[in-house]
Design a protein around this ligand. Sequence first.
Ligand code: CUA
Length: 159
Amino acid sequence: MHMHKYEKLWLLFGITTLLVFTITIGVSAFYMGNQPPSCLVTVDPANVDTTAPFDQPGLKQVGDNQYELIVVASAFNYDVGPEKVIQVPVGSTINFIGTTKDVIHGFEVAGSNANMMLEPGYINTVEATFNKPGKYTIVCNEYCGLGHHLMFATLEVVE
Ligand code: CUA
C-alpha cells in the first residue's frame, strides 16, 4: 500500500500524541496515586458498622467539658448511640465525628456553628461549644431522598 508523505506524517503525529498523552496520564497517576489528599480520612462505607469508632456510635467524654459524638448517618437516620437525645452539661465542647453508610447527608446542629457534609467513604469532623442551655435539633441539610425530612436527632444542653 502506497502512503502519501503527509499521511505518514499525520500517522506519526497521531502516534506521538497518543504516546505523550498515555505517558502524561501514567506519570501523573503514579505521582498522585489513587488516594485522596491525606487530610481526608477514609472509611469503607460498606463496613462502617464494624470499623472503629463507628462500631460504637454515641457520646464519649474525653476530658473536662470535652466530648466526642460518633455519628453514623444513613437513609434516613442518625445513629448517635442508644439514646436519640444526647445530653451534655452547659459549657461543653463537642467534637462531632461522622460518616455515612449510603448517600451524602448533611449534619447540622441548628443554632450552633456545627455544620458539615457526610460523604460515603469519608470521615468528617466539626467542633462546637455549647454555652446556652436548651434543646438543639440535629438536622440533615443535604437532600438525600424521600425520608430526608425525617432525619434528625436531638442534643440537649443542661445546666
Ligand atoms: Cu439525610 Cu437529607
